[in-house]
Ligand binder design. Structure first.
Ligand SMILES: Nc1ncnc2c1ncn2[C@@H]1O[C@H](COP(=O)(O)OP(=O)(O)OP(=O)(O)O)[C@@H](O)[C@H]1O
Length: 892
C-alpha cells in the first residue's frame, strides 16, 4: 500500500496557523495521538492527519478548508453533529479513542469558546449507546515490576458498574489473567507500549507518560479518593506495582471523563487461586463466548445458555462462565438457587415475568453517579421501581439464604422512588435541552416560568379584562406582535380617557397604543420565561441527579442482585429445557460423569450420544483412540465444559456428575499458524504443551488432542509419549489424551494411572458408521482411510493409500526394518491413470448386486421384447436399482 503523504504541520509553531485554527492546535498539542473531533457549527471536524485517518477508518469525505499561513491547504473531514454517536461507535469498535471538543458559547459575536467535553476511549465508555449490551467494557492498567521475579501490577475498572479490582500477576500467568479480564483497553507506561503491542497484537493498548505509574502517588490517590488513612484493609499496602497501576488508571479515568467523577467501588484484591484458571487457548477452544467458526458467528456456551431477560443478567452470566470459581460455596449457592427455582411450581415463569421488563438498572445507575443520565433513563428506572419492590418482597420471604440476600440488596431507600415520582414528568423529553423533563409541581418557580412561557394569550386576556374593568373602556385590547412587542390598544376616540399610568407608545390611524409599567414587567417575564425555565430545569435536574447519585452504591447493588437473579433464572430455564442435573461438588479428587453431553453440540444434534467419564486417583489419564470424526474432541470438550459449568455454578448436561477440586483447565486442541507472531502450527502446539507441563498440577484437567501431529511421525510419536508420561508421573494431572498413535495405547500396560478408551465405529458395506460411543479399551483399528473415502478423496488415491498401509503393516512386523521408507522405491506405487469422470469402480470393489444389474441391462435383447415385457423389465430393473445401497459419499 502506498504511504500516505505526511500532512501533519509543526503544531509547536503558532505562526503557521490563523487565529481561528489556534484553538484546535492547542487541543492537538495536548492530545497529539488521539483523534480530535472539533465542533464547528453543525459539524464535528477533523483536520490534518486526523482527517486522513478518519477518512480511512470510517469513510468520511476528505476535503480541504482554508490554508496555513504558508499557503498549505488544510485537509479536513467532518461528521454531522446529529450522527456523532454513530461515528464514535464505529471508531471505538476499531479501537480508536476520540477527543470531543464542544462549542461553549453561541456563535455570532467574536471567537466562540471551545472546550474538551469528553474523551471517548474503548475502556472508559459509559454511554449506553456505545457500550456493547451484553458484555462489559473494562480498562486495565498494568505496571511492570522493577525486579524480574517480582509480580506485575494489574488494576482494572469497569466504569459502567464501578467494579474496581487489582491482582499481582506472575509472568507465567500474564496471558491467562489478561484473557480472564478481557479488557477493552490496556493502559501501560509509554516505554512498555511497543513491547505489549508486539506480544499481544489483539489488545487495544493506550499509554501514559511513565511518571503516571508511580506507587507512592497511587497510595496517596487511593487514600484521598476513598477517604482512607491507609490501605491496609484492602491488602494492597506496599504492593508497589498495584499502587502504580492504580494511580495511572485513576489519572486516565479522570482525564477521559473530564470534570465528571464516576462511581468506583473500593478496590478488591483478587488472587489467581480464587478462579479455575483458563489459559487463552482454552478459552478459545472451549468456545465460552467466542465461536471458532470462521465468521465467529457460531453458537457458544454463552449464547446457548443466555436466556436472561435483562442485559445485566446476560453480562453477569458471561462473567460466571468466564470466571469459574474454586470456592465450592459460591458455586453451590447458585446451584441451590437453580434447584429451588425448578422445584417450586410456577416460580420459573413468575420470575421470568418479573424480570422481563426491567431496564438496564446497572448502566442507568452508573450514569446517575457520573451525572450523565438521560431523562428517559431516569423515567424507566422510576417505572421499574414498583416491580423491583415486588421482587424484593418475594425474595425476602424465601427461606433460601441466596434469595433472601438478593432481596436485601433490592431494598432501595424510599427517597429514590419519592424523588423520581415527584420530580419527573410522566413522559419526560428525550433531551434535557428540549425542556419538559421536570414536573411543574416539583418547583413553584418552574411552574410560574412555564405559565409565562406557555400561557401568554391567557395572561394577556386576563389583563385585558382587568384593564377594561378599571378604565371602563370596552374597546381596550392587550396585545402582542413581533415588531411592537406588548401594548394596550385603545380606539382614537377613547384615547383621552386612559389613566395617567398609560404611556403612549405608538399612534396608528384609528387607534393609540400604550404601555404601562405592569405590562412592561409582564413583557420581560414572558420573553425571558423560556430561557429561564430551561436554566432552572437544568439546575433542578442536576440537583435531582446529584441527590440520586448519593445513592449510587445502593442502586448498583440492586442492579447486581437483579443480574444474579436473572442469571440463575436463565440457567434454571436451560436446565429444565435440556434435562440438566445438579452436579455434586466434592473434596474428593476426580471427575466422575455419567452420560455426559456437550452443552452446545447437544442443542444442534437430534441424537447426541451421551458418554461417561471417570478420572480419579489410579486412573488419571485416559488415552482416547478411534477414527477421525468419531467424536474424540467432542467428548473431551464435553468433559471440560461440564467441569467448567459445575464450578461456574450451573447445572450440567449429564445424568450424574461428581466433580472434585479443579485448579486449572488446559486444552491443547487443534492449532493454526500464529502468523501475527510468526509462529508455525507446530511451534504453537509445542509452546502450548510446554506451558501446560510447567503449570498443570495434580488438580488440573488437561485436554491433549493429537499432540505431535505437526511433525514427522517418529518425532511426533516420541514427543507425544514423553509428554504423556510427564503428565502422568510428574504433574499428575487429570488428562484426556486423544491420539492417532496406537503405540501410545501400550502406556496403559506400563503406567498404573493410564487407561485406554476408544470411540467406536463400524465398517459397513456402504462405508464407515460412527457410533460416537466411548468404550473402555483401545480402538481395534484406525479408520483413517475409510474417513478419507467418506470425505471424497478419489478412489484411486484411497486404493493407493490402502496399499501403502498394507506394506507398512507388513514392514512393521519385521524386526530388522522398523523404519519403513514411506516413499522409497519399495513402497511407491506405480502412478495410476487419472480417473475419468463417471468412471465405474473396479469389479473387485463394486457391489455384486450392482454388477448383476449391469449384467442384466447389458444382456437384455431389447428388439425381441414386446412393449408389455419391456415395461415389466424396466420396473424390475428399477426395483433392483433401488435395492442397491449406495456408498455414502458417492456423487448421486
Ligand atoms: N456424542 C456424540 N453424539 C452424536 N454426534 C457426535 C458425538 N460426538 C461427536 N459427534 C459428531 O461427530 C462429529 C465429529 O466429532 P469430533 O470432531 O469430536 O471427532 P474427532 O474424533 O475429534 O475427529 P478428528 O480426530 O478428526 O478431530 C461432530 O461434529 C459431531 O457432529
Amino acid at each position: 500500500m502506498a504511504e500516505e503523504a505526511p500532512v501533519q504541520p509543526d503544531f509547536s509553531n503558532p505562526e503557521l496557523f490563523t487565529p481561528s485554527m489556534r484553538q484546535f492546535v492547542e487541543v492537538k498539542n495536548r492530545y497529539p495521538k488521539t483523534l480530535v473531533l472539533f465542533r464547528m457549527g453543525d459539524f464535528y471536524e477533523t483536520f490534518f492527519d486526523d482527517a486522513v485517518r478518519a477518512n480511512r477508518l470510517i469513510g468520511i469525505t476528505l476535503t480541504k478548508r482554508g490554508k496555513l499561513t504558508d499557503g498549505t491547504p488544510i485537509p479536513m473531514a467532518g461528521i454531522p453533529f446529529v450522527s456523532l454517536d454513530t461515528y464514535i461507535a464505529k471508531l471505538v469498535k476499531l479501537g480508536e479513542s476520540v477527543v470531543i471538543v464542544e462549542q461553549m458559547g453561541t456563535p455570532g459575536k467574536g471567537m466562540i469558546e471551545r472546550k474538551v467535553s469528553r474523551i471517548v476511549t474503548p475502556g472508559t465508555l459509559t454511554e449506553t449507546t456505545l457500550l456493547p449490551e451484553k458484555s462489559d467494557s473494562t480498562l486495565l492498567a498494568i505496571d511492570w515490576p522493577r525486579k524480574k521475579s517480582a509480580p506485575y501490577g494489574f488494576v482494572w475498572l469497569t466504569l459502567s458498574n464501578g467494579d474496581f479490582r487489582a491482582e499481582e500477576v506472575s509472568a507465567e500467568a500474564f496471558a491467562s489473567v489478561i484473557s480472564r479480564i478481557h479488557p477493552s483497553e490496556v493502559l501501560v507506561a509509554e516505554s512498555r507500549r511497543q513491547a505489549l503491542r508486539e506480544a499481544h497484537p489483539e489488545l487495544v493498548v493506550s499509554s501514559l507518560p511513565n511518571w503516571h505509574f508511580d506507587g507512592r502517588r497511587g497510595q496517596e490517590m487511593l487514600c484521598s479518593t476513598f477517604g482512607l488513612a491507609n490501605l491496609d484493609a484492602w491488602g494492597v499496602s506496599g504492593k508497589t506495582t498495584i499502587l502504580a497501576a492504580a494511580n495511572a488508571l485513576l489519572d486516565y479515568t479522570a482525564e477521559t471523563q473530564v470534570d465528571l467523577m464516576p462511581f468506583i467501588e473500593p478496590l478488591k484484591l483478587v488472587k489467581e487461586s480464587e478462579f479455575v484458571v483458563l489459559d487463552p487457548s482454552t478459552r478459545r477452544n472451549l468456545e465460552i463466548d467466542q465461536s471458532l467458526s470462521p465468521l465467529g458467528d457460531g453458537p457458544t456456551l454463552f449464547s446457548v445458555l443466555d436466556h436472561c431477560a435483562t442485559a445485566m443478567g446476560s453480562r453477569e452470566l458471561r462473567r460466571w462462565l468466564n470466571q469459574p470459581v474454586r470456592d465450592r460455596q459460591t458455586a453451590q449457592i447458585r446451584q441451590e438457587a437453580i434447584e429451588s427455582i425448578l422445584s417450586t411450581g410456577s416460580l420459573l415463569e413468575n420470575l421470568r415475568t418479573g424480570l422481563n421488563t426491567l431496564p438496564d438498572v446497572e448502566r442507568i445507575s452508573s450514569r446517575i453517579a457520573l451525572g450523565t443520565v438521560r431523562p428517559r433513563e431516569l423515567a424507566s428506572l422510576r417505572d421499574a421501581l414498583p416491580r423491583i419492590q415486588s421482587l424484593e418482597k418475594w425474595l425476602s420471604a424465601q427461606p433460601l439464604r441466596f434469595f433472601a440476600a438478593l432481596g436485601e440488596s433490592l431494598r432501595l431507600p424510599a427517597m429514590i422512588e419519592e424523588l423520581l415520582a415527584k420530580a419527573l414528568l410522566p413522559e419526560p423529553a428525550v433531551l434535557l435541552r428540549d425542556g419538559d423533563v421536570i414536573a411543574s409541581s416539583y418547583s413553584p418557580e418552574l411552574a410560574e416560568l412555564r405559565h409565562f412561557r406557555d400561557d401568554t394569550s391567557r395572561i394577556l386576556l386576563e389583563m385585558e379584562e382587568r384593564e377594561r374593568a378599571a378604565t371602563k373602556l370596552q374597546t381596550l385590547r392587550v396585545q402582542y406582535n413581533k415588531v411592537s412587542g406588548f401594548y394596550i390598544e385603545v380606539s382614537k376616540t377613547a384615547a383621552d380617557r386612559v389613566p395617567v399610568r398609560y404611556q403612549r407608545k405608538q399612534t396608528l390611524k384609528n387607534s393609540e397604543r400604550f404601555i404601562t409599567p405592569e405590562l412592561k414587567e409582564l413583557e420581560d417575564r414572558i420573553l425571558s420565561a423560556r430561557e429561564r425555565a430551561q436554566t432552572l430545569e437544568k439546575a433542578l435536574y442536576d440537583e435531582l441527579v446529584a441527590k440520586l447519585g448519593e445513592r449510587a452504591a445502593e442502586l448498583l447493588a440492586a442492579a447486581k442482585a437483579i443480574a444474579e437473579l436473572d442469571a440463575v433464572t436463565g440457567l434454571a430455564e436451560h436446565a429444565e429445557a435440556h434435562r440438566w442435573v445438579r452436579p455434586v461438588l466434592t473434596d474428593h479428587p476426580g471427575i466422575r460423569i455419567e452420560k455426559g453431553r456437550h452443552p452446545v453440540v447437544e442443542t444442534t444434534l437430534e441424537n447426541f450420544v451421551p458418554n461417561s467419564c471417570r478420572l480419579e486417583d489410579g486412573r488419571r489419564m485416559l488415552i482416547i483412540t478411534g477414527p477421525n470424526m468419531g467424536g474424540k474432541s467432542t467428548y473431551m470438550r464435553s468433559v471440560a465444559l461440564i467441569v467448567l459449568l459445575a464450578w461456574a455454578g450451573s447445572f450440567v448436561p449429564a445424568e450424574t456428575a461428581e466433580i472434585g477440586p479443579v485448579d486449572r483447565i488446559h486444552t491443547r486442541i487443534g492449532a493454526s499458524d500464529d502468523l501475527a507472531r510468526g509462529r508455525s502450527t507446530f511451534m504453537v502446539e509445542m509452546t502450548e504443551a510446554a506451558a501446560i507441563l510447567s503449570q498443570a498440577t495434580d488438580k488440573s484437567l488437561v485436554l491433549m488432542d493429537e499432540i505431535g501431529r505437526g511433525t514427522s511421525t517418529f518425532d511426533g510419536l516420541s514427543l507425544a509419549a514423553a509428554i504423556a508420561q510427564e503428565l502422568v508421573q510428574k504433574t499428575r494431572s487429570f488428562t484426556l489424551f486423544a491420539t492417532h498413535y496406537f503405540e501410545l495405547t501400550t502406556l496403559a500396560q506400563e503406567l498404573r494411572e493410564v487407561a485406554n478408551v476408544h470411540v467406536s465405529a463400524s465398517q459397513t458395506r456402504s462405508g464407515i458408521v460412527f457410533m460416537h460411543e466411548i468404550s473402555e479399551g483401545a480402538a481395534s483399528k484406525s479408520y483413517g482411510i475409510a474417513v478419507a473415502q467418506l470425505a471424497g478423496i478419489p478412489a484411486h488415491v484411497v486404493r493407493r493409500a490402502k496399499s501403502f498401509l498394507a506394506k507398512l503393516e507388513e514392514r512393521a512386523n519385521t524386526v530388522d526394518s522398523p523404519l519403513p521408507n514411506l516413499f522409497g522405491e519399495s513402497l511407491l506405487m506405480p502412478p495410476e491413470p487419472e480417473e475419468e469422470a463417471g468412471e465405474q469402480p473396479s469389479e473387485a470393489e463394486a457391489d455384486p448386486a450392482m454388477l448383476a444389474l449391469i449384467e442384466r441391462i447389458g444382456s437384455a435383447d431389447i428388439d425381441s421384447l414386446t412393449p408389455r415385457d419391456a415395461l415389466r423389465l424396466l420396473y424390475e430393473l428399477q426395483n433392483e436399482a433401488r435395492a442397491i445401497e449406495m456408498p455414502a459419499a458417492a456423487p448421486l
